[in-house]
Design a protein around this ligand. Structure first.
Ligand code: PHE
Length: 454
């Protein structure tokens, strides 16, 4: 292993939690339900799970081993492992993807702060589903309010990034994740017991394959990459802080399992409630924000104190889950600028934060006053989402599989997977076979069909 003085995650559980903290975020609780709603429900979920198993887990292990072996930022990693080649462009594309995702992701993360404020001032009380729909659309299209929250959110992320790896990232993940799980389970239980919830449960569990077309596959693959934080060097950067004893395959399995579990529980919160109050499942990015306040109001209508408590707690945890993800996105770009351009961590972070404030502002305005401005028929917010989740991340995944499957010396791969011969590696051959053949062919096939390339 190449040695240098970079920081380490303090404990094993810290490594898993920090990676899970990156993976679990708005992607699971906000994006997964609305993509599921857009793509018809249960069949999408099955294809999504297929993508996690066949593409997600092996590519995550591949990213981990690139990061831990090279102990560098994502572009530097390829330079160390494949000097004199063009592979470092995979890393650079990842950095760009991270920067773009952070810009529009922070807009939605900012919305969660507004909802904390509304929950804390009890302004959900006594409102009807239509009130929530109207309130959200006037908030998200307001030119100023979302921008203020966007800036606040990015500054908090910035502050944690500047404080360094171990103290900031690890500590925060350790506390937040377990509390978030418990609350999600409580809310799912409430949601499935609402009147008329059974239609939502059916939507989640009964696949209708007649609705499956190539866009469903592209959506599911993109969602898998986005939700697992894959294909852009984020987990590679985190793995560069892993310890030598961390079991990479086990960590990838745990992170994927936690991430998928949270997404599906989020589905069980959103859809039963949406069907119960008559909100369309394909309402798009607003789905979470217009559905959830109703869950709090209706499920606890007899106990307003509980409605108050749970709604405040939920939005605080949602904001924190988003924060562990924005930290990881920010870290990828900051580590790259810091190590490749010899900037101090502080200046590198300041450049990233300012850039994201500018782009995030444009994304936020594209949902309101700037609605008329489109590129390829999409506003900037939707364009960033499409280009990153459905193009750049899967393309990154494709190249990572080819890099580890075909290019990287198998001795290095073996050494990293077995922790220098200490661990058994029963699935090694299958892992290499997937990276060499299955993943590249599947991703190309989904691209070609989903984008109508031929
Ligand atoms: N996986 C994160 C989420 O689900 C988003 C993310 C994508 C984070 C890519 C890092 C890299 O919210």
């Amino acid at each position: 292993m190449i040695k240098n003085d970079r920081a380490n995650f303090g404990s094993k559980i810290g490594a898993v939690l920090a990676s899970a903290g990156s993976a679990v975020g708005l992607g699971n609780i906000w994006r997964f339900p609305y993509e599921t709603g857009n793509h018809g429900g249960a069949a999408f979920i099955l294809i999504y799970i297929g993508c996690v198993l066949i593409l997600g887990i092996p590519i995550m292990v591949a990213e981990f081993l690139i990061g831990r072996h090279s102990r560098a930022n994502t572009a530097g990693a390829y330079q160390r492992l494949a000097p004199g080649t063009q592979w470092h462009w995979v890393g650079r594309m990842g950095v760009l993807a991270g920067f773009l995702i952070l810009s529009y992701y922070s807009v939605v993360a900012g919305w969660t702060l507004q909802f904390i404020l509304e929950a804390a001032t009890n302004s959900f009380a006594g409102k009807s589903p239509t009130d929530f729909i109207n309130a959200f659309s006037s908030f998200s299209s307001n030119p100023w309010q979302p921008l203020i929250w966007l800036v606040v959110f990015l500054l908090v992320t910035h502050f944690i990034i500047v404080k360094g790896v171990e103290k900031g990232i690890e500590k925060s993940s350790k506390i937040m994740m377990p509390v978030l799980f418990i609350l999600l389970l409580v809310l799912a239980t409430c949601s499935v017991s609402l009147p008329g919830a059974s239609d939502g449960i059916r939507f989640l569990l009964k696949p209708d394959f007649s609705k499956v077309d190539s866009s469903v596959f592209l959506g599911a693959m993109g969602q898998a990459f986005f939700s697992l934080s894959l294909g852009m060097g984020c987990l590679c950067t985190y793995a560069s802080y892993f310890r030598r004893e961390t079991n990479l395959s086990k960590t990838a399995l745990s992170v994927s399992a936690i991430d998928t579990f949270v997404a599906i529980v989020a589905g069980f919160i959103i859809f039963p409630a949406a069907f119960s109050i008559g909100i369309q499942p394909d309402a798009g990015p607003s789905l979470l924000f217009i559905t959830l306040p109703n869950v709090f109001q209706q499920a606890f209508s007899n106990i307003p104190a509980l409605a108050y408590l749970f709604s405040v707690l939920f939005y605080v945890l949602l904001a924190l889950a988003a924060l562990t993800s924005t930290i990881s996105l920010h870290e990828v770009v900051t580590a790259y600028l810091h190590e490749e351009f010899h900037l101090s961590r502080k200046s590198a972070a300041a450049i990233v934060t300012s850039g994201c404030i500018v782009l995030g502002t444009l994304c936020s305005l594209s949902l309101g006053v700037g609605k008329g401005y489109t590129l390829f028929g999409l506003g900037l917010f939707d364009l960033f989402d499409f280009v990153t989740a459905k193009l750049m991340l899967p393309l990154g995944g494709l190249l990572i599989s080819i890099f580890v499957g075909w290019f990287l010396n198998k001795r290095i791969v073996c050494k990293e997977i077995s922790n220098n011969g200490v661990l058994n590696r029963p699935y090694y051959r299958l892992f290499i076979f997937i990276l060499q053949f299955i993943a590249p062919i599947a991703i190309l096939f989904i691209f070609i069909n989903g984008l109508g390339l031929f």
